[in-house]
Design a protein around this ligand. Structure first.
Ligand SMILES: Cc1cc2nc3c(=O)[nH]c(=O)nc-3n(C[C@H](O)[C@H](O)[C@H](O)COP(=O)(O)OP(=O)(O)OC[C@H]3O[C@@H](n4cnc5c(N)ncnc54)[C@H](O)[C@@H]3O)c2cc1C
Length: 292
């Protein structure tokens, strides 16, 4: 049977001390919906688990123009936050489709990105949002774009002794809309075969001023499709343009075949879902609050 002791620091400084003190023999524990399952399936556990959910500063959503999310915020809270729903609908949707009610009540946004599986549902929305990840250890603090945080399947940029301490979403312009769509074989309790996040900002005259197209589950790390973004920017939305961008996304995706889908099927889904997501993000941008 796997044996470990759970340490429950009440502040960030104490947590970082404990990480340093037990270096090599300790792991952060958030909701445990990935970590504890790994142990059950035989992955060796360290002697200590550091429960970060009891640290108040890691467990909140702060809004002050930008949005700062504590990594220990659970996915129910992320999906139900009015500010996140209003400004970053795609992130609320990504968080809201993970697992089941029970899983979302435990699973955290920090755990979802730190676990770094290609199908993680908050990854494409965070990538499309140009989110940044703040990390801290006893040695200091650093921040990096979420795109640089994902290094490969189950590999992230954290150094030993570091915790993710905040996920930052930039302030958005008016007339911005976003969406996250995922294709699964079952409606719930299934992992994404493909995940697509699109965020789109319109000019006052309704040309596309800015757009981000991000894909999950089609490569070792979540991807931005820059060629599709370049094609869209500066033009008014049209179905033909969305179709062309979706075709580029299909070419750009490099999926593998596995138990959930063949690579060819994933590519076809990318095309269909990117086209639909651009259309729906565009609709949302039109109906989004306008400063005028
Ligand atoms: C039945 C079931 C269904 C699921 N369905 C989905 C799904 O549909 N979509 C999806 O994306 N995922 C799904 N998952 C996976 C899982 O729920 C998510 O990845 C979840 O967000 C992980 O968060 P957690 O808080 O439970 O992480 P934990 O299991 O506590 O931690 C995961 C990893 O991150 C590290 N970690 C956590 N927080 C930090 C931090 N702040 N700093 C540094 N390291 C940290 C831990 O040490 C560990 O290595 C499912 C899991 C189950 C069991």
């Amino acid at each position: 049977m796997t044996k470990y002791s759970i340490l429950t620091p009440t502040g960030l400084d104490e947590a970082l001390e404990l990480l340093e003190k037990h270096s090599g023999n300790i792991k952060p524990l958030a909701g445990g919906t990935d970590l504890l399952i790994d142990f059950r399936y035989g992955k060796p556990a360290p002697e200590f688990l550091l429960d970060i959910t009891c640290i108040p500063e890691l467990n909140r959503v702060k809004v002050n123009g930008d949005i700062r999310i504590g990594p220990a915020t659970n996915l129910t809270d992320v999906s139900q936050s009015n500010e996140i729903k209003s400004w970053y609908a795609m992130l609320a949707e990504g968080a809201g489709c993970v697992g089941s009610y029970q899983i979302r009540n435990l699973a955290t946004i920090g755990g979802n990105i730190c676990n770094a599986v290609p199908s993680a549902d908050t990854a494409p929305p965070l990538l499309a949002a140009d989110a940044s990840v703040k990390m801290r250890s006893k040695a200091g603090e650093r921040t990096m774009p979420v795109a640089a945080f994902f290094l490969g399947p189950r590999k992230n940029a954290l150094q030993p002794g570091e915790l993710v301490t905040e996920i930052e979403l930039p302030t958005l312009k008016e007339r911005t809309g976003s969406i996250y769509k995922r294709y699964t074989h079952r409606k719930a309790l299934d992992l994404a075969v493909v995940g697509v996040a699109v965020q789109l900002t319109l000019t006052p005259s309704l040309e596309i001023e800015n757009v981000a197209v991000a894909l999950g589950a089609v490569a070792p790390v979540p991807l931005r499709v820059e060629a599709a973004e370049k094609l869209l920017v500066g033009n008014p939305y049209s179905e033909e343009l969305a179709e062309e961008a979706a075709e580029l996304a299909k070419k750009f995706a490099k999926p593998i075949s596995d138990v959930r889908s063949s690579a060819e099927y994933r590519q076809k889904i990318v095309r269909v879902f990117v086209k639909r997501s651009i259309a729906e993000a565009h609709q949302r941008a039109i109906s989004a609050r306008s400063g005028e």
